[in-house]
Design a protein. Sequence first.
Length: 254
Amino acid sequence: MTRASEGLAGWPTVADLRQDDSHPVFRSRKSAVSSSGSVDVSVDVKLDANDIDLSDTLRKLQSIIDQQGGPALDAETVRASLQQALETTLQKGFARELDRIVAAYRDMLERRMASGQDEAISRALTRAKLQTEVLSSVPMVDQSQACLLLGLSDTNPSATLKRYESKDRILRFDLRGKAAYPLFQFDVAERRIHPMLLTIMKLRSDDWGGKMALLHWLTRPNRSLGGAKPCAMLAEDADGVLKSFTAEIAEPLN
């Protein structure tokens, strides 16, 4: 990747977009962003020892050890506690850097759209704003909360939920640089994902639409359900939700 100075490096020109090479868009000490087109973006983030606030990490470690209580801790417990404290510190640093990238990227898109130079950028920004509005309108839980709702250990929630995500057994989105999980998908009483939602996720195809399209459908009032939102009827009228979605996917989304 071509090196760029700190901050925004500018969006590739129309001539650049005809080539296969990637072009630098943003660079900081921790990250580098490049683009091979109007909407294809590659993000590389690197965190090292310089990104660890040792004093804060030690405070977190001490807090974890204090919570354990009891006699002196063995080496394995100390190792696990230190790992947990470091993971928390690095996750926060990663989230802050992603927020910085997203803010810079959106600023560049907005300036590009305002100049009227790129129709593809305008469409991408409009789509991003709509997605943010949809995500912001839905109650979400974070990774630790999702593990608790599923009755799973929250010692390493990211790794625990990754197994669910890799098998499409949970709806996960990124909101403001962090993993977010719609609250409606959890069957709290049974500590599981609503079975009907899992069925619908298997029925959804990319030809019909992505996960954002599914979220939009689940959270909009549905005429065939008497005006109720499908997400609110996953337990009360699972058959009705299935029938409605089957009819919906009969034709691809426009």
